[in-house]
Each structure stands twice: as structure tokens, then as C-alpha cells.
Design a protein around this ligand. Structure first.
Ligand code: ACO
Length: 367
């Protein structure tokens, strides 16, 4: 059975920074309150022309560069997002098209902020089945478009950004070692985006009542998160036959510094073993774990051979953890340039649209 190694990683965040002081001009809050309750100092907000797919493509190109793979080497793209570009087509398909990953199947997976753990686990399982070699996993968000900027309970928390991993099959032991995935739909009400789906399609009333924004019972989510984070990490470690002594890093979902502190206490681990960047990006949902990972890899904190636990929680309710041995970049035989495929992809996409129009005309004539 092949092993699933993480061989590429990338991230993209929009340039515009929204500080706590900026927020204090919009809603009744303060830098001190936000920092004390969440640890967040600032977050990034997507510009008008930035979307989950564009940020996701930027992160993916970086990840492909690190893995030294062409987009056409990809067999599968799994995108996970709490703020997808559309209901359908899947954001994964938009990314597939923009990358020029012509041989890849692509689909979205929805598990809110736990999405990146679930998607990475699914990618590893697909690789282990032997049917697939190279998988791109993308977590990407423009949650700022679903935040009610009048609701100080939620608008202070979220930020935009994207992160991506490339997973590759290898006979060498290592890579993803274990994973646990959990859900409890009975808690779905505590964190939701109530309208826009089949139950509450968009109407004037749903818009007027702000039901297309994130609704959250902060205290309930806080209690749930502090209950499950440490437990999920322990379960994944046990499944891999390891304890906290065996690991170098924990990379948690970046929602709130106090939630991470509670997980550290539960696991009896010092906070300096946790990769934390919630202060600079806020909660970027599915993108938070890969963004934290990329920063740790770029700073040289994460070294090849290190054992890591990724752990997250989110709406659903969902939670999970995944352990991995960090592979680091594989030796390069010949450099490839994944970014060049974007231009081919644009031209190809344009011509495919024209061909579809022409096919449509002939098809109608045949009828
Ligand atoms: N600025 C100032 N005061 C505020 C703000 C604010 N931004 N927000 C709330 N308050 C007020 C409240 O109105 C309340 O006032 P009251 O006592 O007069 O009613 C007071 O501050 C205390 O509010 P609490 O809700 O008790 O504050 P708490 O300590 O619970 O912190 C927070 C709130 C930060 C939202 C916390 O509950 C939390 O982090 N929860 C988890 C949220 C989370 O992680 N969500 C994402 C999950 S992942 C996903 O799937 C998207």
C-alpha cells in the first residue's frame, strides 16, 4: 500500500489589512476587547476582484512549485471552503480550469473549518487505495462576504485567505499517519448560514433579516471547541501509536487563542509547541491550518522528519485531527514551472467555450 506524503504547500492572503482599530470604527468594540477574548490583532480582507478560486489558484501554484509538479500531473483536486464561489459549479472545478489541471477530477468537500482535515484525509485515503498518485487539497475563503459587518459578535473573528497541500504517493514510509473525523449534526444551529439553501431560498425577507450572513452562538461554539480539540488530537495520536512525547508540532485551527490555550492544557503541552498565527489572520476557516503550516515551513520551524498533529473544529458540528510525518520537498530532477500553465489554461478554456457554442449550433441543426 502506498504512503501519502505531503510534498507541496502554498498560501495566499489578500493584501488589505483590517486592524482591530479599523473595526472599532465600524462596530462598538475595541482593540483591547478583541485581543483579550480572541488573540486577534488584524485580518486580511479580499479585494473586489479576489475570490476563493483566485486565492486558491495562487496557493495551489506555490504548492505545485514546492512539489515540483505540473498542473497536468494532478489526478484529483479537492477544494474545501465555507464560502464557496457558487453552490455549483464546485470551486474545485474553477481552480482546475484556472490551473490547467486537465487530467484532474475535481470536487468540493464541505465540513466548515474542519474541511481541510477531512479533505487531506480523503486525499490520503485515495492515494492509499492505489488508484491515484497526485492530489491537490485547497482550503480557500472569502468569508468577509458572508459576515454581517454590523454584528460585533462575528465580524471581529473572520478573515480571508487560502492554503494548499500537494499529496503524493510514495513507497517510503511516512506522510499522513492517521486521522479521525467526527460530526454532531444536533449542534448545527450554533454556527450556520441560514438562508440561500433549499430550506430558505433567497427572498426579500431573508435578505432583510440578515439570514445570508454567518450566525453564531459564540459561547456554545467556544464550549464545544474546548471540549473536542484536545480529545481529537489524542485520538489521532493513539491511532498512529504515538503520544504527545513523539510529536514536534501541533498545528490547530486558528479560531481563538484561548481555545488553543485550553487544548494545550488538556494535552499537557507547552504553547510553544503550537503553531499560532491567529493574531495576524483571524479565523480563515478551511484555510487556517494550511496557512499556519506554510508559515511554519517557510520559517524553518517544520523540518523533514518532524511529526505533526493537525487539529480542527467547525460548523456542522464537525471536528477532527490528522497526524503526519513532515516529508519536506522531494529531490528535484528537473524543474517545472506550474505558473506557466495558467496562460495555456486561459486560452484552452476560451477555445473550449467556443467549441461548445459551435457544437450546440450543429446539435440543434441535427435535431
Ligand atoms: N466587542 C466588545 N464587546 C463585545 C464584542 C465585541 N466585538 N462582542 C461581544 N461583546 C460583548 C457581548 O455583547 C457581551 O456583553 P453583555 O455581557 O453586555 O451581553 C460581552 O461582550 C461578553 O460577550 P461573550 O459572548 O460572553 O464573550 P466571550 O468571552 O464568549 O467571547 C467570542 C466571544 C470571542 C465570540 C467567543 O465566544 C468565541 O471565540 N467563540 C468561538 C467562536 C468561533 O471560534 N467560531 C468559529 C468556529 S469555526 C467555523 O466553522 C467557522
Amino acid at each position: 500500500m502506498p504512503y501519502a506524503h505531503i510534498t507541496g504547500w502554498g498560501m495566499a492572503v489578500p493584501e488589505p489589512v483590517l486592524t482591530n482599530d479599523d473595526l472599532a470604527k465600524i462596530v462598538e468594540t475595541s482593540d483591547e476587547w478583541i485581543r483579550d477574548r480572541t488573540g486577534i490583532r488584524e485580518r486580511r480582507i479580499a479585494r473586489e476582484n479576489e475570490f476563493p478560486s483566485t486565492l486558491g489558484v495562487e496557493a495551489s501554484i506555490q504548492a505545485l512549485k514546492v512539489a515540483n509538479l505540473r498542473p497536468t500531473d494532478l489526478d484529483l483536486i479537492i477544494c474545501t471552503s465555507s464560502s464557496p464561489e457558487y453552490f455549483f459549479p464546485a470551486t474545485a472545478c474553477l481552480i482546475q480550469d484556472q490551473l490547467g489541471a486537465t487530467k484532474a477530477g475535481a470536487f468540493d468537500l464541505l465540513a466548515a473549518c474542519t474541511g481541510f482535515i477531512f479533505a487531506t484525509n480523503m486525499a490520503a485515503q485515495a492515494i492509499r487505495s492505489g488508484s491515484i498518485k497526485n492530489v491537490l487539497v485547497v482550503g480557500t475563503e472569502t468569508l468577509s462576504r458572508f459576515v454581517d459587518w454590523k454584528d460585533r459578535n462575528t465580524c471581529i473573528l473572520f478573515g480571508d485567505g487560502a492554503g494548499a497541500f500537494v499529496l503524493q504517493a510514495s513507497d517510503q514510509p511516512g506522510g499522513v499517519l492517521s486521522a479521525v473525523m467526527h460530526s454532531d449534526g444536533s449542534g448545527g444551529d450554533s454556527l450556520s448560514l441560514p438562508a440561500g439553501g433549499a430550506r430558505l431560498p433567497a427572498t426579500e425577507a431573508t435578505i432583510h433579516e440578515g439570514k445570508h450572513f454567518i450566525h453564531m452562538d459564540g459561547k456554545e461554539v467556544f464550549r464545544f471547541a474546548t471540549r473536542v480539540m484536545g480529545r481529537a488530537a489524542t485520538e489521532a495520536l493513539e491511532l498512529a501509536g504515538m503520544t504527545t512525547e513523539d510529536i514536534q508540532w501541533i498545528i490547530p485551527h486558528q479560531a481563538n487563542y484561548r481555545i488553543i490555550e485550553t487544548a494545550a492544557k488538556y494535552l499537557k503541552m507547552p504553547l510553544d509547541k503550537f503553531i499560532i498565527n491567529v493574531d495576524r489572520y483571524g479565523n480563515t476557516s478551511t484555510a487556517s491550518i494550511p496557512i499556519a503550516t506554510v508559515e511554519a515551513a517557510q520559517k524553518g520551524q517544520l523540518k523533514p522528519g518532524d511529526k505533526v498533529v493537525f487539529v480542527g473544529f467547525g460548523a456542522g458540528l464537525t471536528w477532527g485531527a490528522l497526524t503526519a510525518q513532515w516529508t519536506g520537498p522531494l529531490p528535484v530532477k528537473r524543474h517545472v514551472h506550474p505558473e506557466q500553465y495558467r496562460w495555456f489554461a486561459r486560452v484552452r478554456s476560451f477555445f473550449r467555450r467556443i467549441i461548445r457554442i459551435i457544437e450546440g449550433i450543429f446539435f440543434r441543426r441535427e435535431l
